[in-house]
Design a protein around this ligand. Sequence first.
Ligand code: ADP
Ligand code: ZN
Length: 661
Amino acid sequence: MRIAEVVFNLPLERAFHYLIPPALESTAQPGARVLAPFGSTSRIGFVVKRVSKSSFPMLKTVRRVLDSRPVIADERWALAEWLSRHYCCSFGEALAALIPGELRIRWSAAADARVEKCDGSVDGHAPTLTPHQQRAFEVIEGALQRRRTSTILLHGVTGSGKTELYLRAIASVLQRGDSAICLVPEIALTPQTIDRFQARFGACVAVWHSRLTRRQRAQVWQEAVSGARRIVIGTRSAVFSPLPRVGLIVVDEEHESTYKQGDTPRYHARDVAQARMGLTRGVVLLGSATPSVESYYEAAQGRSQLVELPERIAGRRLPSVDIVDMRDEFGARRAGLLSRRLQRALERAVQRQEQAMLLLNRRGFARVAQCRQCGTVMRCRRCAVTMVYHASQQQLVCHYCNFQTALPDICGACRKGVLRLRGIGTERVESELHRLFPVASISRMDSDTTKSRESHRQLYDAIKTEQVGLLVGTQMIAKGLDFPQVTLVGVVSADTALNLPDFRAGERTFDLLTQVAGRAGRGAQPGQVVIQTYCPAHYAIRAATRHDYAAFYAEEIQMRKRLNLPPWTHLVELTIHGTSHARVSEAAEGLAKALRRRIATRRMALLGPAPHRIPKLRRSFRMSVIVKGRTVAPMVELLRSVLQPGRRAHGLPVTVDVDPL
Ligand code: ADP
Ligand code: ZN
């Protein structure tokens, strides 16, 4: 009998051998998933090889084969190997990342047969490119023709015609008989982009994201494999689409942190895109108005090609940006949420029946509930974070584990003081707007108001048709939306990210302010932006007011160099988890010691151990150790030699995050 070598989605490097019963002989092929006995249960694993002999005694037998055709084929094998190597996970974990867990395909000949005409011939509605676009397109076209692995960074202000270039590049790829993937940061935020793709390429386009039903997923998968669809547009896992002959991967808004996967393997879709195109000699096209410092640095080093679109289409001007120094407001009277300048601008917008957006990147009503007597702050019972008060639910909510509790009448610690609500969120801004503008139509857009499948689209339509006059929201409103009637954008506080203990604070602030400012004045009326801050002199805020990426980058890259931070170096963060604080500390110390002993000779540095940013989550304590080095490979190699089987230290599980965000 033949033997299948199987790997599992577990932090185990080794493969397991199973006998293949005669009935499954033809389907238990490499790349197919099987159900196999494992311990006292069964698990789904991947057949990686067939062998005829095994040194293990007493082999168990494969129970079932899930796929009548392999789900892993071609360069996606090598891509999984790269994932496992680069992100320090097992091959089984890497393969699992390439396949949606619940995927169940019923291969039907019908979907294979329905191959549309997808030759990229451009129909009537493609506009003539502007001279800037034309120059950019020649660079992209040149790269596609050379058929050599390359990356192009398209840096263009919002509305400069980047999406039009994606469409042209994809058409060119289709004309060659290849296929293309377009990654977008979040599907709900990109209805317009999808509409434009479908208008241009019709049924050649498949859409891939996490809100698809099981059946839809299976269908998209099969149509991609069979070539019935030639373009997949989707969120980060779309980078693994089983399309044959992918010649181009577009990463729209490449700086977005949603491209980073939160579970093992903690991959970044932009880096996976580059690895995949490295295997097939394809092109990666990164687009952004605010490129990540990493990507811009790569271009500055000559490792990718920079192309710029410096102007908006049709000569539309970027909005003017005013800074309100909230320290002055504070001096004049007790600071409210909204400065006099911002209030006046809102009044004007309401009077003229124009639309306005207010950004505050914090949801809920109040960030902190604190006792007036003893100063105790309400914290989550399970996590080391403060609870946020949500007025709509009249509950304190933990934003990390979603634990909820009623706001108590008096402090639980001293049993005397009443609680005071401090720190503002979007709900509070919304209620302030209702007080100031009782007759205006006001809506809020954040993850609380867009929970259901359709809510985002409904809110989007209401704004588009101008049923909403004033919109309050988190970063969600800053992204990609194109509402020509918005003339005013107000930033309630530019400082929310600035004060976080994170070396990317400046970058995050610059991105968010630039993106939200780009929402104003997209139509015929000029736009105005008012930014409230307590740090008007900060370089990220100053550069954002002038829409000046180059100035921001120049300061930022110097700071990173001084502190020896990415992109000058790479970080790998190791987090040790456990329910006993003492054991977690002990394991972290032990791990750090073992690493320190070996890095002395290898041009690496070690930071920590220190409590993780969130030192306790869902009753589990967390300590971090960070390894820093010039390149990733030697760091991962070192970790593999130091960590115990099952990716553990002193018996406790360790998560490995390469290039953490
Ligand atoms: P970005 O992706 O950089 O925000 P878009 O590609 O969405 O820019 O372009 C902004 C607007 O200009 C869109 O409405 C688009 O249809 C239009 N547009 C893009 N290129 C051209 C062009 N060459 N001629 C006319 N209109 C264009
Ligand atoms: Zn919690």
